[in-house]
Design a protein around this ligand. Structure first.
Ligand code: SF4
Length: 857
């Protein structure tokens, strides 16, 4: 039975009760990021979609994918969109024990089964190992057949970078039952416009009460890039795979390509993820790749290098900057150097964002460009990752990433002269490595070390994934020689480099085997995930991979052939989907790989064979020299914001501010910060940097009545000294004095000496002079109703120990500073109000006030 709208209270209550036990206080399940849609929209929506990730919040929070999808779904009429993330192993077991769905919608706290669509984003093949458990422990049915027989069950959709390359999720979940695959629909290729078309079609079908199976058939025929696994049959005949398709559906389904403009037109960043530090926003600069390395889908699937125009990028950047209160812009591109006029584009964007970074550059392209100096000056990059790929020239030739050692070292020298801090050289192990290759590798490292003596040198390795839709899909699945691995480790050490593995040998081998086994591997995948409890979090345990391989080998009939080289005419388990290149072309390049390997072919001039910097370190590439000014505002925090990361809350408040202060977003330079006590809501100080411009002032703000999440007024920073702030924190209590007794315990256990005085029905805990500065507590006022006012600095939290959670219910209603003068009567330091809310009236000398005059009995 479907959960009703009211059932989310049990999940909300569970979250409220348990969030402190969850990883990072459950921030990943909070769902209140600035920009998220109002969960109240769930009820009125005609279509409800839950976008789910197969990794944890922290692992994917920098990803643009689910933000783009969230934005795209939110544009569709009548649609409510929410997000769910995979819990950490610790949180997963807690949720499982309490019967809480793993993919609980973070915004509305509804279970996935009540949504119309559960849309899963998969970025790497390994994430598929989490899919069966994620479905099961989210209360979703595993098999397509079972889902189709339940009209109320959500459709399970998958998309993302790896969605077309996981044929092993579409077979029977149970080995001896025809129960269909783990998902109902796959978006193959670009998903932004696909999702919008899908939601429109789904909305119509839902209105007309069209059966789900009929809807899926229509979708496959009418929306390009739709792969409905149940419409394609895979069977083995005489040891050979045969694929057939239902009448009228595309066969093969071609990867969908969105126009580059779709990614930038209207997108505003969607929401600001929770993060302790200011995070960058991302926009695509280009799609696809001008090169065609033989192992890489990016170059082969799209088949072109499409760029976003400069004017569209600038418009998008301005929109994102204001909407997300962002100051760092990251541009996505497989090779920015191949984008015409990239220097000019960066210059223009630096007129919008104070910091612009590019994740990927062709260093070869840089060195050939006439504007190298200009681009390097613009970039100010200090950390590079160069995709060298093969450890020797013949292996680079095999992988289609040829470059002579001399050209690489020339590039490293050039980078070193620009103040290189870290150089990561990225290598792929093919299984073809021999001693001579290792010798060449060591020489390359030594020369790189010599060319950039001061920088940190890292050699990062991954085994070859024989990716579908690339020439190396045909290659045999070669085992990596562990003896050679040991030699490589020694060579890295002698070459002065740190060696790292970005993926384990067994994990990539398992992925290769799963792909080759195709639908026959689904039951194994389900067993590994459900029976064995294996999961993928960044890496997959070696023993899990080995056990997975054993189960798979037992389950598949073709025990040896699965690893061998493939032929042009062989039918592959992913052949009902087509990448961008023709099969003959892939085959030709595969054959050429063997020839190049034998001939040690070194092609340094072809654009297909230039060394490309795969990634650069995070960070700004340039900062404009503009006069900056720090603007400061009194703000009123909600009780929810009191638990959230200060940086994200600050950006959320700035985002709100820019809706009224129209010039604010344009002038914003970053450094969002909050001065507050962690725990209570109420008053806090927000600051951020802005470009100083004559004649431009902060909008006139004056809101004395607190309202949740509001900016109250701008304030002159010169008149403030936040390091001396004392906060008046109001905490509601009960007449039985339970709260003040708790504070007595806190004071005593922290060794804070105090005097208790009762006057006019109000109790005063006056902290001894020497303890005030040491513990950051001046006094505690106890009202007749049992509520208290703490007058304390932020450091008092340190003295509260395990009781600091009591602050969570507090509200800061006043902020005080130290007065210059001392009390003429008692000589104590006077306090003076900096910002107090209506109804708060504290004497400037609490000692005199409390101690003089008649006391209560
Ligand atoms: S240059 Fe990079 S993105 Fe382009 S095909 Fe080669 S590995 Fe892939």
């Amino acid at each position: 039975m479907k959960t009703t709208i009211h059932d989310n209270t049990q999940f909300r209550d569970w979250f409220a009760r348990n969030r402190s036990k969850l990883t990072r206080s459950g921030i990943w399940l909070d769902g209140g990021e600035p920009g998220r849609v109002d969960p109240a929209g769930f009820e009125a929506a005609s279509v409800r979609i839950l976008i789910c990730r197969l990794s944890s919040y922290d692992d994917v929070k920098a990803s643009i994918t689910h933000k783009m999808l969230y934005w795209a779904a939110n544009q569709a009429s009548g649609v409510y969109v929410d997000l769910a993330f995979l819990p950490s192993a610790h949180d997963a077991s807690l949720m499982k024990a309490d019967g809480i769905p793993w993919w609980l919608a973070s915004g509305c706290k509804m279970p996935p089964c009540i949504f119309d669509v559960v849309a899963i984003s998969i970025s790497v093949q390994q994430e598929a190992l989490n899919l069966p458990a994620a479905l099961k422990y989210s209360g979703l049915k595993l098999g397509h057949v079972e889902r189709m027989s339940d009209p109320s069950h959500p459709l399970i959709v998958i998309g993302g970078n790896a969605a077309g390359s996981v044929p092993f999720i579409h077979g029977n979940v149970t080995a001896d039952r025809e129960d269909g695959g783990l998902v109902d629909v796959v978006c193959v290729g670009d998903g932004i416009s696909w999702l919008q078309e899908f939601l429109t079609s789904f909305g119509e079908a839902k209105r007309k009460a069209v059966a789900k199976s009929v809807f899926l058939g229509n979708l496959a025929k009418t929306v390009p890039g739709t792969y409905v696994p149940s419409l394609y049959t895979h069977r083995i005949d005489n040891g050979k795979l045969i694929i057939s398709a239902e009448h009228g559906v595309p066969f093969p389904v071609v990867h969908r390509r969105d126009d580059a403009r779709i990614w930038t037109r209207g997108y505003d960043g969607a929401f600001i993820p929770f993060a302790d530090e200011d995070a960058e926003e991302t926009l695509p600069l280009s799609f696809g790749c001008p090169y065609r390395c033989r192992f890489c889908q990016t170059g082969w699937i799209r088949g072109s290098h499409d760029t976003v125009t400069q004017s569209e990028l600038c418009l998008s950047a301005a929109r994102i900057k204001g909407a997300m209160a962002a100051s760092d812009l990251n541009l996505l591109s497989s090779d920015a150097c191949s984008v015409d006029g990239v220097e000019k584009t960066i210059s223009e964007l630096l007129g919008v964002f104070p910091h612009v970074s590019i994740k990927s550059l062709s260093v070869a392209g840089l060195s050939k460009s006439g504007d190298v100096g200009k681009l390097l000056r613009l970039m100010e990059k200090r950390e590079f990752t160069l995709g060298v790929e093969g450890i020797s020239s013949r292996l680079r030739a095999y992988l289609g990433k040829n470059a002579s050692e001399s050209s690489l070292i020339g590039l490293v020298k050039e980078l070193a002269s620009s103040g290189l801090r870290q150089l990561k050289l990225f290598f792929i192990l093919t299984g073809l490595e021999e001693d001579d290759d290792v010798t060449e590798f060591e020489s390359l490292l030594k020369n790189a070390r010599g060319a950039a003596a001061q920088c940190r040198l890292i050699a990062s390795f991954t085994p070859l994934f024989n990716a579908p839709f690339t020439p190396l899909q045909f290659s045999p699945l070669r085992r990596i020689n562990t003896v050679i691995c040991g030699e490589i480790e020694k060579a890295a050490k002698y070459g002065g480099a740190q060696l790292r593995w970005s993926s384990s040998i067994s994990e990539i081998r398992l992925m290769n085997l799963f792909c080759r086994a195709g639908r026959a591997a689904t039951a194994t995948l389900a067993r590994m995930s459900l029976e064995k409890g294996f999961s993928y979090h960044d890496q997959f345990a070696v023993h899990a991979s080995a056990e997975g391989e054993n189960i798979l080998m037992e389950a598949t009939e073709n025990k040896t052939g699965i690893e061998g080289g493939l032929k042009l005419e062989d039918v592959l388990p992913w052949d009902d989907i087509e990448g961008g290149a023709e099969r003959k072309q892939l085959w030709g390049s595969h054959r050429k790989a063997a020839e190049d390997f034998k001939a040690h072919t070194v092609v340094t001039e072809s654009p297909e064979h230039r060394i490309v910097a795969a990634k650069t370190g995070k960070g700004p590439v340039a900062q404009q020299s503009v006069m900056s000014i720090t603007h400061v505002f009194w703000v009123w925090l909600t009780s929810d914001d009191a638990h959230r990361p200060a940086c994200t809350v600050a950006r959320g408040l700035l985002r709100n501010l820019f809706q009224t202060w129209k010039g604010g977003g344009r002038l914003y330079l970053g450094n969002p910060a909050l001065v507050r006590i962690e725990g209570p809501s109420g008053l806090a100080l927000l600051s951020a940097d802005f470009q100083e411009q004559d004649g431009v002032s902060v909008c006139a703000l004056k809101a004395e009545t607190p309202s949740d999440g509001a900016i109250l007024e701008s304030v002159d920073i010169k008149k403030l000294n936040p390091s001396t702030f004392l906060y008046l924190v109001e905490i509601k209590g009960t007449a039985d004095r339970r709260l003040s007794r708790l504070f007595e315990v806190i004071l005593k256990s922290a060794g804070i000496k105090f005097q208790f005085i009762r006057k006019n029905g109000v109790g005063w805990y006056l902290v001894g002079e020497t303890y005030r500065r040491r513990h950051g507590l001046l006094a505690i006022e106890e009202k007749q109703d049992g509520s208290i006012h703490l007058i304390c600095a932020a450091k008092f939290l340190d003295s509260m120990g395990k009781h600091r959670d009591v602050m969570r219910g507090g509200i800061i209603r006043g902020v005080y500073g130290e007065a210059q003068e001392k009390c003429p009567a008692c000589g104590a330091k006077l306090i003076q109000p900096v910002k107090i809310m209506p109804g708060i009236d504290l004497p400037v000398c609490i000692d005199c006030f409390a101690r003089t005059g008649p006391k209560d009995e």
